[in-house]
Ligand binder design. Sequence first.
Ligand SMILES: Nc1ncnc2c1ncn2[C@@H]1O[C@H](COP(=O)(O)OP(=O)(O)OP(=O)(O)O)[C@@H](O)[C@H]1O
Ligand SMILES: [Mg+2]
Length: 498
Amino acid sequence: MNATVLIVDDEPAQRRLLESHLGKMGYRVLVASDGEEAIHLLQSEKGREVTALVLDLIMPGLDGMGTLGRMKELGLQRPTIVQTAKAGIDTVVSAMRAGATDFCVKPVSFERLKISLANAIKLDAMEHAVRKVERSKAGTFSLSDMIANSPAMEQALSLGKRAAASTIPVLIEGESGTGKEVLARAIHGAGDRSGKPLVTVNCGALPETLAESILFGHEKGAFTGATSSHVGKFKEADGGTLFLDEVGELSPELQVKLLRAIQEGEIDPVGGRSTVKTDFRLISATNRDMIDLVTQGGFREDLFYRINVFPIRLPALRRRKEDIAALVSHFIASLCLEQGRRNITGIRSDALNMLAAYDWPGNIRQLENAIFRAIVLCDGDELTIGDFPQIAQATATAIPEIAERRSGERIDVGQAPPLEAQQPLGTLHMLAQSGKPRSLAQIEEDAVRFAISHHKGRMTAVARSLGIGRSTLYRKLKEYDIDAEDAAVADSALVSDS
Ligand SMILES: Nc1ncnc2c1ncn2[C@@H]1O[C@H](COP(=O)(O)OP(=O)(O)OP(=O)(O)O)[C@@H](O)[C@H]1O
Ligand SMILES: [Mg+2]
């Protein structure tokens, strides 16, 4: 584990204590002595490595709440554990609403902090690399921004357009990373409530004890620590749209309350004497099989029919490979712009073929992550197979990867190249120039040279790709008189000899 945690605390002694404990937990640690410094650091080059924050709420200057606010404004959000001196429920509720992931009451129990950090980081891991990009785009996504070259996606978008024209409750289903949230935003943005708030509730991340108050609000004095009243998410969404993300994770108690809110259009704030009217348009999303969940008793059937009036299923990326090339061009263009890497103009065709052959279990989000990493790794002016080490490794075990690097054909950003997704990656030369089949040894030598160049000389990876042990690999180097260092830097164009 080498995640980096930023400690923001004005007390030097507390900083040192946290620093030493987090260090022992295996984290790399950065420190800031107030909010301004933390924001400054997050905006710097170094700030990119920050995976999570431990943030003190009470500090001179820009305090904890102020820092959370600035982070949101500037699109710098990270999982953040706030430390608070008093366990006032109001403080905690406000901090969570301002974007905190969890809280620890001072004096901080390090065991609690350890679990809390690990959870926050785990939840966040997949999104880490693209968070900034995603946030900046989040508000601006419209149905026409969504890439949909495949018939399956076109159909999903045309359903989205129809749904946007009314206030019918929509349920968006799809695997993780297929674009459920962007579709929800686009539907909201295309409807006549677009000027009104879109309030998102992540049903999977509601802290159990505060869930009701967060959703339905509470009155002053409703429970110990409730020193002021608080408007819940359902009321916040009044006139606009309520987006219930991961709706399948709602607890049975909250399901009952949600059903009432939808049926009656009213809610009961915690400790409130009267009910409150609210008028929201409901969009829900889930990556669970809801029918399964209902059958197994995990989700109320009556509620299911209420939220599932207009279902839209987003297909997994592996079922719409026609979209990959366009998505890749789109991400290269937008991420290069963002990262100030305007020199990168495209992707080599062999690399694109490799991306198209991969299955993308994490769907579009994973693809976006992969492009982001590739842009950071890329030395030249176009992305190559070597810039996608993880994908290369994953596909290498599945497909004999002798890619057609020689062709070096490049594809311009903005112009989606034609692509046959299922096409194998390149060809191995079977015939010598004489027109006769080449020997097994010659073909094997090519494969070894290619793998060394592909893995930039990392022999363990080479051996793994080729499915042989390291000692066998070294024997073959000797046998074919291959100099590993030369082969590593050689263009992996396969030499057709004899
Ligand atoms: N059709 C699309 N065109 C362009 N970008 C897209 C498209 N669909 C999704 N994205 C991008 O892919 C990423 C993941 O999308 P999103 O967060 O909406 O997925 P999700 O289904 O809500 O995932 P999860 O289940 O993990 O919450 C985002 O960065 C989004 O901008
Ligand atoms: Mg989502």
